[in-house]
Design a protein around this ligand. Structure first.
Ligand code: NDP
Ligand code: 8X3
Length: 252
């Protein structure tokens, strides 16, 4: 099988890690990123034999680090076929009148500006090669707004708009741009949102069967295995028990 290269941001847990693992099984060598170096290093042991992994530790908010590391990749890693812009989180869940500006900064800087910095570092190479696939992980929160979701929803609506803009601008270069917008996926997401409050985080996923990170990874696998003339442009995926951002059919 011809080996390809995928770059996955936020590969230290959840959706990003699951996507990295499934792409490894599909013959990709991987550039995996995140802030937790220990997890990136440990990840190297989890991939099938023969898969090459380049771990890069940086905060997507750090513009200089993004351009320095991704702009100076070793030649062997420059030809990125698939970019998955996944790094991101919600920070807090408060009404707009009492929300924290630190939380707002984190969400806009990571989910929106971080995605832009990484994309800007990678897109020129894809344009030169006239090929590539960009998958932006949005959210149901980018399609709807829910109580106390205000700024997180705003950040994911921005991801949705930026994804559509990328699709238009990069179309002449034959670059596929895909938005995947999941509903509730059980990962470390709620632990981060609720600042380490495990009880509160666990309750988000109780009383119904949430999506797993692997469910999203399987969609990514399907997307990257489409023939050249097919792009799955915009995908909303929910747990069956979830009908909208605000309606989840909980049994207890
Ligand atoms: P996790 O908290 O499990 O994973 C988040 C990942 O993003 C981690 O690898 C983390 O790595 C990375 N990350 C966060 N902040 C930064 C930063 N400043 N710089 C670099 N990397 C960062 O959550 P999920 O897997 O659920 O989230 C992945 C994406 O999916 C996010 O964009 C999220 O908004 C989206 N999403 C999640 C849903 C859910 O219900 N779980 C539903 C819809 C969308 P590290 O901490 O090592 O830096
Ligand atoms: C994560 C899903 O519903 O918590 O984007 O916003 S939700």
């Amino acid at each position: 099988m011809e080996r390809k290269i995928a770059l996955i941001t936020g590969a230290t847990s959840g959706i990003g890690k699951a996507c990295a693992l499934i792409l490894a099984k599909n013959g990709y060598d991987l550039i995996v990123t995140g802030r937790r170096t220990d997890r990136l290093e440990a990840f190297k042991q989890e991939v099938p034999k023969g898969v090459e992994v380049l771990p890069l530790t940086f905060d997507v908010r750090d513009k200089e680090a993004v351009f320095d590391l991704l702009g100076n990749l070793p030649d062997r890693w420059k030809g990125i076929d698939v970019l998955i812009n996944n790094a991101g989180n919600a920070h807090g869940m408060d009404p707009i009148q009492t929300g924290s500006t630190d939380d707002w900064d984190a969400m806009m800087d990571i989910n929106v500006k971080g995605l832009l910095y990484v994309s800007k570092a990678i897109i020129p190479g894809m344009c030169e090669r006239k090929s590539g696939t960009i998958i932006n992980i949005g959210s149901i929160a980018g399609k709807e707004v829910y109580p106390n979701g205000n700024v997180y929803c705003g950040s994911k609506h921005a991801v949705d708009a930026i994804t559509k803009g990328m699709r238009i601008d990069l179309n002449p270069f034959g670059i596929k741009v895909i938005g995947i917008h999941p509903g509730l996926v059980e990962t470390e997401f709620s632990l981060v949102r609720f600042k380490g409050d495990e009880d509160r985080a666990e309750k988000i996923y109780q009383g119904y069967e949430p999506l797993l990170a692997e469910d999203i990874a399987e969609i990514v696998e399907f997307c990257v295995n489409r023939p050249p003339h097919v792009v799955l442009a915009d995908i909303v995926v929910l747990p069956t028990a979830q009908a909208s951002a605000t309606m989840v059919n909980k049994k207890s």
